[in-house]
Design a protein around this ligand. Structure first.
Ligand code: NAD
Ligand code: GLY
Length: 361
C-alpha cells in the first residue's frame, strides 16, 4: 500500500493510503502499536456515512471504542466544543491511556487533534481524513486548533498524529462542491514542488471520485517533505504551503461566512499569486496558464465577485498573520514546481493583483 513516512524523529509517523482502508482501520492501528481505548471524534454528517464501519473495524481488531459527535461545519472549531468533548471523554472513562481517532474533514481533524493535545496533557491521536483537503493537507503536519471570534486558528498546538489512514473510497459521499474545492490544495502542492504532477491531476475526471491512491500519496509527500524540514514553521520553508493563501484568506474573510468555500477563495488567491509570480519572479505565462486551466477543470472560480471591493480584501488580509511586522512575505513561483518566499511584493502590487481578478481568466 502507498505509505508516506513523515520523519520527525520521536514524532515520526506513517500516512497509509489505500482504497477500502477504513474497514481495515482497526488492524492498521493495531499494527502501528496503539494501545488502550479509542475515543472516535466525528461530525454528524461524516458519522452518518462512515462511523459504523470504523467502529466495527475497531471492534474486530479488539479495541473498545466510543463515538463523540459534534455538529458539522467550521463553527465546531471552538473552545466550547473542546471542553464539551473533553468532558464527554472523561465521563466515558477515558484517561491518559486512551487515544483519539479523528474521523472527518479538516474541522474534525483540527478539533480532535487539539483535544488530543490537551486531554490529560496530551494523548496520541489517529487521523482518518474524509475530505480531499483533509487527506492531502490538514491531516498531515500536526497543526491542530480552534477558532476565536477574533480570527481563525488563533488557539492551537503542534501535535503530530501517531498514524494517518487515508481511504479514497470515503470521498464517494462527499458533495461535489466540497470535492472540487479540495483540488485547490492538491493543485497548490503540485505547483509548489512537483510540476510533473500537474499533468496527472489534469487526467482525473472531476465528475467521478476516482483518485488513485498513488496520486494522493505523492501529493501528501510534498507536504510531508516540507513539514520534515520546518515542523514548527520557523524556517520559512513551511510558509511555502501558503501559496495562494495570503490574498485567498483576504477574499475568504471578505464574504459572509459560508458563502465561499475555502478552496474557492484559494483558487482566486492562486490566480493572484500566479499573476504576481509572472511579474516578480519570471514565471512563464504558459505555466501559469496550465495551473489556471487545472483550477477551471475542477470548476473552481477565477473571477472575483464585483461586490467584493479591493479595499475590503486588503483590510482583511492586513490582519492575516502572514503580514507580521508590516512586512509582506509572499509565496511566488519561479516556475511550476519551484516556489519561494519573496519580500518583493508590496501592498500596491497586491491591490493590482486583486483588481486583475475582476477580468476574465
Ligand atoms: P470540513 O471538515 O468542514 O468538511 C466539509 C463538509 O463536508 C462538512 O460539512 C463535513 O461534514 C462534510 N464531509 C466531510 N467528509 C465527508 C464525506 N466523506 N462525505 C460526506 N460529507 C463529508 O471541511 P474541510 O475542507 O475538510 O476542512 C476545513 C478545515 O480544515 C478548516 O477549519 C481549516 O482551517 C482546516 N485546515 C487545517 C489545516 C492544517 O494544517 N491543520 C490545513 C488546511 C485546512
Ligand atoms: N496548511 C498549511 C500547513 O500545514 O502549514
Amino acid at each position: 500500500m502507498p505509505t508516506v513516512h513523515v520523519d520527525l524523529g520521536a514524532r515520526s509517523y506513517d500516512v497509509k493510503v489505500e482504497q477500502g482502508l477504513l474497514v481495515r482501520a482497526g488492524e492498521a492501528i493495531r499494527e502501528a502499536g496503539l494501545k488502550g481505548r479509542a475515543a472516535v471524534i466525528s461530525d454528524e454528517t461524516v458519522a452518518g456515512h462512515h462511523a459504523q464501519a470504523l467502529l466495527t473495524a475497531l471492534e474486530t481488531a479488539g479495541y473498545t471504542a466510543d463515538l463523540h459527535l459534534v455538529p458539522s461545519g467550521e463553527s465546531s472549531k471552538s473552545m466550547a466544543r473542546v471542553e464539551q468533548l473533553c468532558s464527554s471523554m472523561a465521563a466515558a472513562g477515558h484517561d491518559r491511556r486512551s487515544f483519539v481517532i479523528a474521523l472527518g474533514g479538516g474541522v474534525v481533524g483540527d478539533l480532535a487533534g487539539f483535544v488530543a493535545s490537551v486531554f490529560y496533557r496530551g494523548i496520541p491521536f489517529v487521523q482518518i481524513p474524509t475530505t480531499i483537503v483533509a487527506q492531502v493537507d490538514s491531516s498531515v503536519g500536526g497543526k491542530t486548533g480552534v477558532n476565536l471570534a477574533e480570527g481563525k486558528n488563533l488557539l492551537g498546538a503542534f501535535h503530530q498524529p501517531a498514524l494517518v489512514l487515508v481511504d479514497p473510497l470515503v470521498l464517494a459521499t462527499l458533495p461535489d462542491r466540497e470535492y472540487h474545492e479540495g483540488f485547490a490544495e492538491v493543485i497548490k502542492h503540485a505547483a509548489i514542488r512537483d510540476a510533473a504532477m500537474l499533468a496527472d491531476i489534469k487526467a482525473l475526471d472531476p465528475a467521478t471520485r476516482d483518485v488513485p491512491a498513488d496520486l494522493i500519496a505523492r501529493n501528501i509527500a510534498i507536504k510531508a517533505r516540507i513539514v520534515e524540514v520546518d515542523e514548527h514553521e520557523t524556517k520559512g520553508v513551511r510558509a511555502l504551503l501558503n501559496l495562494g493563501h495570503t490574498i485567498g484568506h483576504g477574499i475568504e474573510a471578505s464574504v459572509p461566512y459560508g458563502e465561499m468555500l475555502h478552496g474557492e477563495a484559494i483558487s482566486l488567491g492562486l490566480r493572484a499569486a500566479l499573476q504576481l509570480s509572472e511579474k516578480h519572479a519570471g514565471l512563464p505565462a504558459d505555466q501559469s496558464g496550465t495551473i489556471l486551466g487545472l483550477l477551471q477543470h475542477f470548476h473552481l472560480p477565477l473571477q472575483l465577485d464585483p461586490a467584493i471591493t479591493t479595499e475590503r480584501v486588503m483590510e482583511k488580509l492586513g490582519r492575516d498573520k502572514k503580514f507580521e511586522g508590516g512586512k509582506v512575505r509572499f509565496v511566488l513561483l519561479r516556475a511550476a514546481g519551484d516556489a519561494f518566499v519573496s519580500a518583493e511584493v508590496t501592498p500596491d502590487d497586491m491591490r493590482e493583483a486583486i483588481e486583475l481578478l475582476r477580468t476574465k481568466a
